[in-house]
Write a protein that binds this ligand. Structure first.
Ligand code: ZN
Length: 203
């Protein structure tokens, strides 16, 4: 059925894309596909848009699979407030729309509700039923609102100077004017470095 398709893909084609990209068919990315599809049908053609995603979990991958907005090109920004929502906005004016997964609309689909609100633990959920309900529900699970994005708050891309950190002796991008890289200054990286004898050494 045409209205169940995700952009130019069938539901089944999209499942294959998810398997290759994400490693497993996560329900959230499937629903995310319908969210992207609904967004793209509600923004004017040829609009240069960026995306804000309100969760780190699964949903960013739907955006990266289906649009040219990625974390790497900074057109996808994740502001993690834990809500299942995407905002597509015109990058120069801030005009946009926000699409969200509306828990009230999951009522007719028991397994989607179980999954979304974690009514049942994961091992008790029926994945096949969940996927078939997601296909059946399509965009009917979603809410949509117009938004005005304050693009000044989002800031511009910062292409700061590159300097060498005196502690780690690696090049890094200066963002706040200090002379030591953030990794050395704050010890935020969760690993301990160990020396490998040659570049060809296999661990
Ligand atoms: Zn350093």
């Amino acid at each position: 059925m045409k209205n169940k398709d995700i952009l130019t893909y069938t539901f089944e084609e999209y499942i294959t894309m998810i398997e290759h990209f994400h490693g497993s068919v996560a329900p959230g990315i499937l629903i995310g596909g319908f969210m992207v599809d609904l967004a793209c049908r509600n923004i004017p053609k040829n609009t240069m848009y960026n995306v804000i995603c309100e969760t780190t979990k699964c949903l960013p991958d739907a955006v990266q699979l289906l649009t040219q907005c990625t974390i790497g090109n900074q057109r996808l920004k994740i502001i993690n407030v834990g809500r299942y929502a995407l905002t597509f906005y015109e990058k120069d004016t801030g005009w946009g729309i926000r699409i969200y997964l509306d828990y009230k609309k999951t009522e007719p689909w028991s397994e989607i509700k179980n999954w979304y609100l974690k009514v049942k633990p994961k091992h008790m959920q029926n994945k096949q039923l969940l996927l078939s309900q997601i296909k059946e529900a399509g965009t009917n699970l979603l809410g949509i609102k117009k938004v005005d994005v304050n693009i000044k708050l989002l800031g511009q891309k910062h292409n700061g100077r590159i300097v060498i950190c005196p502690f780690c002796d690696e090049a890094y991008r200066v963002t706040n004017g200090t002379a030591v890289c953030p990794a050395c200054r704050e010890e935020i990286l969760p690993y301990v470095l160990k020396t490998i004898k040659t570049a060809k050494t296999v661990l």
